[in-house]
Each structure stands twice: as structure tokens, then as C-alpha cells.
Design a protein around this ligand. Structure first.
Ligand SMILES: NC(=O)C1=CN([C@@H]2O[C@H](COP(=O)(O)OP(=O)(O)OC[C@H]3O[C@@H](n4cnc5c(N)ncnc54)[C@H](O)[C@@H]3O)[C@@H](O)[C@H]2O)[C@@H](O)CC1
Ligand SMILES: Nc1ncnc2c1ncn2[C@@H]1O[C@H](COP(=O)(O)OP(=O)(O)OP(=O)(O)O)[C@@H](O)[C@H]1O
Ligand SMILES: [Mg+2]
Length: 320
């Protein structure tokens, strides 16, 4: 019995040491995709990101995503939202460019006009599930694919994808960031059966493969990421505090990192998919923000406290 305990402890610490080494290797790849700060660059070069989301009920989520993109290092951050949400989001922040277009009849055209000027779209935070709005978002996704623009799909954007997986099937520049519920919903929609909760790695791998190698990030106690070939695990230490909005910080950050990763290309990511490396970066960053904010605020930590940590968390992880 005693021997067995020692064996298990050793096996566990070996596993832990191995995974810490893996994490460190992958963090190094994230560092490789970060563009240097330079006085010769013009505004916009480090990223122009669009967030599609925000409706009468939810204004926090698109704000969190869009401000996170800026704090990570994008130069410009746009929000395309329903008209009722726009004044609220504008009032949170003078830093965001807010377009009250999503519930207008010409929504797809209004967003399409901006697409040539955007490097990546984050679709879903605070979008809601109104059919007319979702129908416009379907058109926006199709227009983005036609222009080869990378898309991060989160929250109610994943609700739409679960209704119509064909929308992103085979689109290699899509990253899906489901939480526990959103993952089950997607899995069930694609495989017509429940997730095997004992095999999270296999489930994420299979879902990515079935969707034609879109990148899937299953958030949870450990984040499991796959592009249908590799599976990565992000166990960066966070905290036990699970306030709403942490996922929005993740998807907004990922919008910028996806753009940077695609600019850099696979030569600098050691053969791993640039999108997978970007996703690992966003997961590590979100969890590190959570960790730092919790050190200061404990149980009262909120997503705004985490956003205040983005700069120092980023330096600690990626600029040391
Ligand atoms: N301040 C805001 O405006 C916020 C708005 N949000 C928006 O709210 C809308 C709905 O998002 P939801 O995430 O609630 O999506 P869902 O409506 O799919 O609900 C997810 C449910 O799953 C539960 N859950 C989460 N993790 C679980 C786990 N490990 N095991 C069991 N249950 C679990 C949650 O409590 C929640 O009730 C989206 O538009 C989203 O962007 C959220 O982003 C939170 C912040
Ligand atoms: N049990 C956990 N322990 C540590 N970190 C976690 C845990 N669960 C989730 N996280 C982290 O919190 C972040 C958001 O994940 P979460 O599952 O809360 O997303 P979400 O439900 O989409 O959030 P939101 O409220 O913004 O919609 C991710 O970075 C994830 O790694
Ligand atoms: Mg969410």
C-alpha cells in the first residue's frame, strides 16, 4: 500500500514535470509570434480587430472582448452590436469604435464594408439568440470566410454554429472557444450523442477533426486545445474564482493573437499550427490575469479586475 502510494506520487510528479516542460515549450512558441514594438510602425499595423456581439441584454461581454484586444496590443478595436447596446458600450469606453448596425436590415452590408480593414473577427460575445440577429451573423461569417479573415467564435456565436455546423465546416482560420455547456452542445450537434466525459482530449480532437480541422479550445479546469492533429493542455495557474466575463477576455485576446500568429507563420511555431499556438497564448494569459487579480481581490475578483492585470500578466508570461 505504502509502496503503491510512493509509486503514484512519483508517477504524478513525473507527469507534472513533463507537463510543465511542455507548457514552457509552448509558451516559447507564443513568444515567437509577438511582434516587436517599433517606432516605424503605423497605427493599425499591430492589429485591427472586430467584435460582433452586444444586444439589449448583454453589453459587458462585447466590451470585455474588445477592450482585451486593445490591452493585449491591438491598435484598433471595433464593436458591431445591436443599436440598443451601442450607447452603453460607448459610455464604458472612449477607446472602442462602436457600430450600432447588427439589428438594421443592412447589417451584413454594413459590417462587410469594414472587413477589408479588419485583421480578425471575434463573433459571439453578448450576441444573444434572436433569430434575426443570428441570421445577419450568418451572412457576416460567410463574408469573412470569402475574404479569408480569421474568426474566433465564442458564446452565442457557438449557439449558431451548433445549429448550422456547415457554416464553419473546413474553415481552417476558425477557432472555437466553448465553455463546458457550449462544448456539449456542439459535440451533440455534430455526433448526435453525448460527450464521453472520461476522454476530454479525445472528444476535443474528434470534434476538431469532424469540423474539418477548425481549432477547438475547450475551457475548464484545464483548457484542452486541438487542431485535429495535435492536442495541447493549458494548466497555467488561475484561481478558484469563476466570475462571468473571463471567457470574453479570452476570446478578445485571441482575436489579436490569431492575427499575429498568422502573420508570423508556421516557421516560427516549430511546425505547430499558428492558430493553436495563439489559442494557447490566450488561455495562459486569461488564467494568469485571473491568478494575479485573485491575489489582490480574492472572492470579490471580477473581470474588470482581470483586465487591469493584462499588461503585467502579458509581460510576465511572454516578455521575460
Ligand atoms: N457581462 C456580460 O454581459 C456577460 C455576458 N455573457 C453572455 O451571456 C450569454 C450566455 O452565455 P453563457 O456562458 O451563460 O452560455 P449558456 O447559456 O450556454 O450557459 C452556460 C451555462 O453553463 C453553466 N456552466 C458553465 N460551466 C459549467 C460546468 N463546468 N459545468 C456545468 N455547468 C457549467 C453556466 O453556469 C451557465 O448557466 C453570451 O452571450 C455571453 O457572451 C457572458 O459572457 C458573461 C458576461
Ligand atoms: N475550474 C477552472 N479552473 C481554472 N481556470 C478555469 C476553470 N474554469 C474555467 N477556467 C478559465 O476561465 C476562463 C474562462 O472559462 P469559462 O469556462 O469561465 O468561460 P465562459 O463560461 O465562456 O466565460 P464567460 O462568463 O465569459 O462567458 C478560461 O481561461 C479558463 O481557462
Ligand atoms: Mg462565454
Amino acid at each position: 500500500m505504502g509502496n503503491n502510494d510512493t509509486f503514484l506520487e512519483r508517477a504524478f510528479s513525473l507527469y507534472k514535470a513533463h507537463s510543465i516542460k511542455d507548457m514552457e515549450n509552448t509558451l516559447q512558441l507564443v513568444r515567437n509570434i509577438i511582434p516587436p514594438l517599433s517606432s516605424t510602425k503605423h497605427k493599425g499595423q499591430d492589429g485591427r480587430i472586430g467584435v460582433v456581439g452586444g444586444c439589449q441584454e448583454y453589453t459587458g461581454a462585447p466590451y470585455f472582448a474588445a477592450i482585451s484586444a486593445l490591452k493585449v496590443g491591438a491598435d484598433l478595436s471595433h464593436v458591431f452590436c445591436a443599436s440598443a447596446a451601442a450607447p452603453v458600450i460607448k459610455a464604458y469606453s472612449p477607446e472602442l469604435i462602436v457600430h450600432p448596425v447588427l439589428d438594421s436590415p443592412g447589417a451584413v452590408h454594413e459590417v462587410e464594408k469594414w472587413l477589408p480593414r479588419l485583421h480578425a473577427l471575434v463573433v459571439g460575445p453578448g450576441l444573444g439568440r434572436d433569430d434575426a440577429l443570428l441570421d445577419s451573423v450568418k451572412g457576416i461569417l460567410e463574408a469573412s470566410k470569402a475574404r479569408d479573415i480569421p474568426v474566433v467564435i465564442d458564446a452565442d456565436g457557438l449557439w449558431l454554429v451548433a445549429q448550422q455546423p456547415a457554416l464553419i465546416q473546413g474553415y481552417r482560420k476558425a477557432v472555437l472557444t466553448p465553455n463546458h455547456m457550449e462544448f456539449s452542445r456542439l459535440y451533440d450537434a455534430v455526433f448526435r450523442g453525448p460527450v464521453d466525459s472520461d476522454d476530454r482530449h479525445g472528444s476535443v480532437l474528434r470534434l476538431s477533426q469532424a469540423l474539418g480541422n477548425v481549432t477547438v479550445v475547450q475551457k475548464g479546469e484545464h483548457d484542452i486545445l486541438s487542431d485535429g492533429q495535435q492536442v495541447l493542455v493549458c494548466s497555467q495557474e488561475g484561481s478558484s474564482r469563476r466570475c462571468g466575463g473571463q471567457g470574453d477576455l479570452l476570446s478578445g485576446s485571441l482575436g489579436v493573437l490569431v492575427h499575429w500568429a498568422l502573420l508570423t507563420g508556421p516557421e516560427k511555431t516549430n511546425g505547430s499550427s499558428p492558430l493553436l499556438v495563439a489559442a494557447f497564448g490566450a488561455c495562459s494569459l486569461t488564467r494568469q490575469c485571473n491568478h494575479q487579480a485573485f491575489q489582490k481581490h480574492g472572492r470579490s475578483t471580477t473581470t474588470s479586475d482581470m483586465i487591469a492585470e493584462v499588461g503585467t500578466a502579458f509581460s510576465k508570461l511572454f516578455e521575460t
